[in-house]
Design a protein around this ligand. Sequence first.
Ligand SMILES: Cc1cc2nc3c(=O)[nH]c(=O)nc-3n(C[C@H](O)[C@H](O)[C@H](O)COP(=O)(O)OP(=O)(O)OC[C@H]3O[C@@H](n4cnc5c(N)ncnc54)[C@H](O)[C@@H]3O)c2cc1C
Length: 521
Amino acid sequence: MIAPRAASYDAVIVGGGHNGLAAAAYLGRAGWSCLVLERRDHLGGAAVSERAFDGFDARLSRYAYLVSLLPRQIIDELGLRVRLVRRSVVSYTPDPRAGAMSGLLICADEHATGAAFGRSGAGDGERRAWFAFHQALAGFARRVFPTLTEPLRSRAELRRIAADDELWETIVELPLGVGLQRIFADDLVRGVLLTDGLIGTFAAAGDDHLRQNRCFLLHVIGGGTGAWDVPVGGMGAISDALRDAALAAGAELRTGSEVTAIGDGEVRFQHGDGGAQRSVGARRRILANVAPAELDRLRGRRPTQAAPQGAQLKVNLLLARLPRLRDALVAPEQAFSGTFHVNETAAQLQAAYDEAAVGRIPALAPCDAYCHTLSDRSILGPQLAASSAQTMTLFALHMPTQLFAAEPERARAAALQATLRSLDSVLAEPIEDCILRGADGAPCIEARTPLDLERELRLPGGNIFHRDLAWPFAEDPDEVGRWGVETDDPAILLCGAGARRGGGVSAIPGRNAAMAALAGA
Ligand SMILES: Cc1cc2nc3c(=O)[nH]c(=O)nc-3n(C[C@H](O)[C@H](O)[C@H](O)COP(=O)(O)OP(=O)(O)OC[C@H]3O[C@@H](n4cnc5c(N)ncnc54)[C@H](O)[C@@H]3O)c2cc1C
């Protein structure tokens, strides 16, 4: 039975992810009454810190883990109390051609990186190409990133702002693999760069659809520098700060409230399992923090886009200590504090893609590893913090949704095994020997497939960006000057990752939806 409409608000926000909270904070500060409805029992969506292992006081960034795209502008406008730590090591990549006995260490410090190129055997030409490319990228990022919080430009206008035709060709016009191949000769160097285009995106480097290019673009412009920082307190600290901003702005936040239908200025939801259906009115706008496919479902419409799919396995580990590396020239504390690329040369990425494309879990799964606790031990309780314990995240690429469809449990176990085997191939000891065990003897390890993410977070197909990423410019003349959050119903706006210029922990689509709502008030 549907109860009579209980109340109405200027805006009802469907989903309490970090973007929904950002939208509520901006609208609340502009004097709008806002209600946020979140189906889970806590806020933050994929940007949360959680105790993943019983008996261990470690609050892991369970899903998203590094921050690049959250603009200083939003931090300042909302007065967010967040602290981001810059990593001194950007990445480390063991070289499989040398049996992982050596590798390439990219540091924030250019001299250290230059020396590492010398040791890696990639050659002087590659070193020069690396620095020239990154110098150009830095200018590109500095010019393009600020436009993400402004009304949309046309493609031609953004190209003019980017002011680097050569780089624009590499990132926006040519398949990423083709563009990078024109600049870099070394397979390992190309692989390091390609990972930015393949995180959460099932594509081959040379594909014409350019999904890999859009993903790369998102990963290299954040903050106007492309640097990926560690959120102190874990990713939950970002959502907590946005929650506090929304509450301070007067927004009402309700968890355990699953929205079941949207339409005609009305949002229906169910509070708690088996609770009565309720209805609430939205006088001005409904903002959807949910994925576009989920919004279609809630509006009772056919899907307006191809079904999204994810492409990753996310693994969280709690370690008693760091593992030793095969490469004796790099300390594990250094290698794991940046993004540790495991079996991610361009050729290895292509081989893994080819295997996954024919339905096989990649035998030597390419993955990124990273230890948050090397930069921030505040996520550990006092006992763990005083020990040699570390958290480790593994993010395996080319694990598309369809690999898990037929036998989800068996495929998850196989994918986890392939990922750990891949990590072991660059270690001097099995990672298993370093993993903490609970009172029942179970190892502190959890793995999330795209299907798990779909179930837990309502990410359609397990796509970590809600849908395939879009270009950050208007693709249709009508879009110029708009915010990239509009739907075919002027009363409904997207305010989550599925908007143009969404994807990642950025709060940008939340802010942009609020700007669009206020502009059309
Ligand atoms: C495993 C993983 C790793 C990632 N790593 C990074 C990273 O390191 N850095 C980075 O920048 N980005 C990363 N991302 C991407 C980033 O986390 C997301 O793009 C971002 O969190 C999206 O935020 P959002 O608020 O738009 O949506 P979400 O975080 O998806 O939040 C949407 C909210 O809506 C709720 N909801 C859904 N349906 C309903 C309904 N019917 N009724 C009520 N509520 C509903 C959900 O429960 C959820 O809380 C990662 C994502 C994943 C999954």
